[in-house]
Design a protein. Structure first.
Length: 509
């Protein structure tokens, strides 16, 4: 009875009911008009045709176009209207202009404060091209005065984060897609409360959908009572809107501007294997110190200013000088990806790494739901003699999503890509490694939501010592995986048809 009561009175129940009622009324109205008014039916069909023409001519991913065009043509009475209401995955013009203004402010501040630090980085060839692309599309430059520590498992990250949080003297900024009450969060919260009581500036951004089932409603108000500033990203309101698709999937922790963390790890107990949600949970993160940590500080402050509609004085947060483990010839370059523009930064960084590889490309991703460009890049690299390997989960967290992931195995394997499944459980890390010289550790999954709909971040790594640790981690992880063979691929025609249909609508998943 208690469990039933909790379900009935949970916020998600009210939201689902509200969305269902709105959808039912919308379909009912359309059906009623289409049944009795031939003119309305004709108008709806004409509208759907015009919408299809609009979609064809829009600058969006072809797979996303196709995923909308087919249902619109199959159901012309509903299709055009549904696309107008829910198909625009970009925020409105006012929202974009506000974020562009803040991005311009960040870019201007960076230009004034870090020219000397980036001038001494010896980038040449493909490294210089990749770095220039990231800087032009995401504002943040490569930084040579940056140290890194790679964490190959969530438990190590947790201990490292607690250690750095205890050292905080001025401020702590946290931005996470998921925060869940439990061992991990409670240990962090104890430090945040203590630091807030000491007068430090503590700020938290968490995503409302990501925390829908993990935090009580109005948890931000409770945090403020403890002296912690809190902001909920894109609160989920009971109104049907495509804007609910835009989530803050970033994971950022910043301490005093000179130390930062990012990676795939959220703040919940499954990420540190306190309980076995989907077998053993494998995830990774990276600690960054020095100039690149300051770039991540600006990432947080720019989003905070956008959400709170404030103009932050960035110079007030500029860190005092600290000693950092400096890479000899390399660089660390954080970057962001946002649905507020037409630039798929994360996917472009991945594609550049794949196309410029000379020896190998190793990838870990929990979801492998990719477009034709990514499929072509991976198979072209493999056909060119590059050792392309992808690690996906052996135990899924979402069965339908995993089925779509597996539906991409045949075409990739036919092109020479090797697929490995992590047999102990679920692998959630998002890591690319190429040729011992290039790497990316961040929050960006190989799926449409991460690449096109979410706010994401990552750190591009060039010729730094941490890359050898990442390579070692890949080697150890491969030993815990089972390579997928041609014999394991489905041969049942019905299953193949089902997989093809799932892939067709992958952009919606």
């Amino acid at each position: 009875m208690k469990m039933m009561k909790n379900i009935l009175f949970h916020r998600i129940t009210y939201l689902a009911l509200a969305f269902g009622v709105q959808l039912f009324l919308l379909v009912g109205i359309i059906l009623r008009f289409s049944r009795y008014f031939i003119y309305f039916y004709g108008f709806s069909v004409l509208l759907s045709l015009l919408v299809v023409i609009l979609i064809v001519n829009k600058s969006m991913n072809p797979s996303y176009k196709l995923a909308w065009i087919i249902p619109i043509l199959l159901f012309p009475v509903f299709g055009g209207l549904f696309y107008i209401m829910f198909g625009n995955y970009r925020p409105n013009k006012k929202t974009r202009l506000r974020m562009e203004a803040i991005s311009t402010q960040v870019h201007s501040f960076l230009q004034q404060n870090i020219q000397d630090q980036e001038a001494n980085i010896p980038l040449t060839g493909s490294a210089a091209c990749q770095s220039l692309y990231i800087q032009q599309s995401s504002s943040f430059p490569p930084m040579a005065d940056s140290g890194t520590v790679y964490f190959s498992i969530g438990e190590e990250f947790h201990l490292g984060l607690l250690k750095e949080l205890e050292k905080a003297e001025k401020y702590i900024f946290l931005e996470y897609f998921i925060i869940q009450e439990g061992t991990m969060w409670n240990s962090i919260l104890d430090i945040l409360k203590k630091k807030a009581a000491q007068g430090l500036d503590i700020r938290i951004i968490y995503d409302d959908v990501g925390c829908l089932m993990t935090l009580p409603r109005h948890y931000d108000q409770q945090l403020r009572k403890w002296g912690i500033k809190a902001c909920v990203f894109n609160p989920l309101v009971p109104v049907l809107s495509a804007l609910h698709n835009n989530r803050d999937h970033r994971k950022i922790a910043v301490i005093d501007g000179h130390t930062a963390f990012t990676g795939g790890i959220n703040i919940a107990d499954e990420y540190i294997n306190q309980y076995k949600k989907h077998g053993h949970w494998k995830d990774t993160a990276i600690l960054i110190t020095g100039g690149a940590a300051w770039s991540m500080t600006l990432m947080f402050l720019s989003l905070w200013g956008f959400l709170e509609d404030t103009d932050e004085d960035f110079s007030a947060f500029y860190p005092k000088a600290t000693e950092a483990a400096l890479p000899s010839n390399g660089a660390v370059q954080p970057f962001t990806d946002s649905p507020l523009d037409d630039e798929p930064v994360g996917e472009s960084v991945y594609l550049n790494m794949i196309s410029k590889a000379e020896k190998y490309v190793y990838i870990t991703t929990p979801y492998l739901i990719i477009d034709n460009e990514m499929v072509t890049a991976l198979t072209n690299a493999a056909k060119s003699g590059i050792d392309v390997r992808i690690i996906t989960p052996g135990v899924p967290d979402k069965r339908i999503i995993h089925a779509v992931t597996r539906s991409f195995y045949p075409i990739l394997m036919q092109g020479g890509v090797r697929i490995f499944e992590y047999t102990p459980g679920f692998i959630h890390s998002k890591v690319f490694l190429s040729d011992d010289r290039f790497g990316v550790v961040g929050t960006i999954n190989c799926d449409f939501r991460s690449l096109y709909l979410h706010f994401e971040c990552g750190a591009w790594l060039y010729d730094i010592p941490a890359l050898s640790d990442i390579y070692k981690d890949f080697g150890e992880t491969f030993l815990q995986c089972q390579e997928v063979s041609q014999e394991q691929l489905p041969r049942n025609p019905l299953k193949n048809i089902g997989s093809s249909i799932l892939r067709l609508f992958a952009p919606f998943l």
